[in-house]
Design a protein. Structure first.
Length: 494
């Protein structure tokens, strides 16, 4: 029987939908019954906690910079190149042996002769021999050349130490800047908490009918400013972390947790600082080597007026058959005396003497600059210490003022404007105290760098400490072989 009426068709559709719903309900029930129950060990919280940050100490950061910084690797490679240069400069002291061999063939055809006879010919020649040459006396030329190479090697070593001091100082500066930005985040988070607490109090007074709407608006504005400051602090921390990675010679530094530490303030006077600047700064020592090099070049230029004596010997085999049977030898001394070679020789001496005067003046200028930088760093450190003490005292007063203003507002005596002003002064005082406290550390690092004492300030692991002027490890351990250090104890892991 066909459902032709509208009522029948509607009834048929309803029954069909009910049947489909029952079918899908049975299928879903069977799947739930067949599924395995969730065990008690199955976590229901799908939020994964972030991995803990790697702790980073200042000693670890400095050690990584020494092993990985490309500027230091380049400086060490230049030292190795100059070491080979010293060896090459000793070559005139040793004999030179050489071997030579030759073979030739010549011939002619179509040459007219007597009675129109055409003659042809073919000739061959073979020869080989050995020769020896030795410089006997050059009146100081080789000696001065070797001396120049050794002085250049010393200057390159001192350049390594200068670069090393700059790298270490950059790492220390970047590390304390990272610590400062970390402290700034903590300060701004505390400011946000205080602002939220004041906002809740203002909203409570407004709901109770004892406060005004303007107090709530002022508290909301203060909270927005505090959150804006926190955002800026987080951005500054990320930039500081990138700066530390660059200072360590790395392209990227993973998210780390810097360990807070502080350097001891040196108890030096101006005489001590001046002595260190003149005796332990590698750039001052390098300038003195430039003077020694210029003086050696004068002696080398004057030595060109003197003769040369050398020895030569050889033994040769020659014949038109192979192997050759005819032999010959030669032994002799040669003397070379410059009689007239002007203005080449006199100009060379004059230029060397002028360069000596320039190197001497540059050395004196370097000494003056070193003393100025060192004494300026000392006075900057004293200023930073006094500023930190004043900032600490200002923070104490600002904290007390904020506490009193908050208590007055809670009992209904103070005004929201008074609380807002006290909070702003507290935020400024906290920021200034953090800034001043870490400025002391930055000033200490700069003073150590300008006196050449960063390597001797107990900042590096003992196996990486070198003499600030003359010592240099023969080889630098590659980065993949560098010993790992324990961040908690600051000691190499065995």
């Amino acid at each position: 029987m066909r459902a032709n009426s509208p009522a029948q068709r509607l009834t048929f559709r309803m029954m069909f939908k009910i049947f489909l719903n029952i079918f899908f309900l049975l299928v879903l029930t069977s799947q739930l019954v067949g599924a395995q129950p969730i065990s008690e060990e199955t976590p229901l919280d799908f939020e994964v906690e972030p991995p803990p940050k790697e702790t980073l100490t200042l000693r670890d950061a400095l050690a990584r910079a020494v092993y990985n910084h490309p500027d230091l690797k380049e400086a060490v490679a230049r030292i190795e190149a100059d070491e080979f240069g010293v060896t090459a400069s000793t070559a005139p002291r040793y004999p030179t042996f050489s071997f030579s061999a030759s073979g030739a063939q010549s011939g002619s055809t179509g040459q007219p002769g007597g009675l129109d006879v055409v003659r042809t010919g073919l000739q061959r020649s073979y020869g080989y021999g050995i020769s020896l040459s030795q410089q006997i006396l050059d009146f100081g030329r080789t000696h001065h050349s070797i001396r120049l190479s050794e002085l250049q090697l010393g200057a390159t070593r001192l350049n390594y130490l200068t670069i090393r001091q700059n790298v270490l100082n950059s790492v220390v500066q970047a590390y304390f800047n990272l610590l400062r930005q970390d402290q700034s985040i903590t300060v701004n988070e505390e400011n946000v908490r205080n602002a939220r607490l004041i906002l809740e109090q203002a909203q409570g007074f407004l709901e109770a009918g004892t406060g005004a709407k303007i107090a709530v608006v002022q508290a909301e504005a203060d909270l927005a400013n505090a959150e804006f400051g926190l955002i800026q602090a987080l951005g500054a921390y990320g930039r500081a972390q990138a700066d530390l990675a660059q200072a360590m010679g790395m392209d990227l530094l993973p998210d780390v947790d810097p360990v807070e530490m502080f350097l001891d303030v040196p108890t030096w006077n101006t005489d001590t600082v001046r002595k260190y600047a003149l005796t332990t700064r590698p750039d001052v020592a390098a300038a003195s080597l430039q003077v020694a090099q210029a003086e050696t070049r004068i002696r080398l230029a004057k030595a060109e007026y003197l003769p040369r004596i050398s020895l030569g010997a050889g033994y040769n085999w020659n014949d038109n058959v192979f192997p050759p049977n005819n032999t010959s030898y030669n032994v002799g001394l040669s003397l070379s005396v410059p009689l007239i070679n002007e203005p080449t020789l006199s100009s060379a001496v004059g230029a060397a003497e002028a360069n000596y005067e320039a190197a001497l003046a540059s050395f004196q200028s370097t000494e003056n600059q070193a003393v100025r930088e060192a004494t300026s760093s000392l006075y900057s450190l004293r200023e930073s210490v006094a500023s930190a003490q004043a900032a600490s005292e200002a923070l104490r007063f600002a904290t007390e003022s904020f506490r009193l203003a908050t208590e007055r507002y809670q009992v209904g005596v103070g005004s929201p404007v008074e609380v807002s002003q006290a909070q702003r002064r507290l935020v400024e005082a906290r920021s200034q105290e953090v800034q001043a406290r870490f400025n002391v550390q930055l000033a200490i690092s700069q003073l150590l760098r300008n006196t050449g004492q960063l390597d001797t300030a107990a900042l590096l692991p003992p196996e990486l400490v070198i003499d600030p002027v003359f010592d240099l490890p023969e080889k630098v351990i590659p980065a993949e072989e560098a010993p790992q250090t324990d961040s908690s104890s600051n000691k190499p892991l065995k």
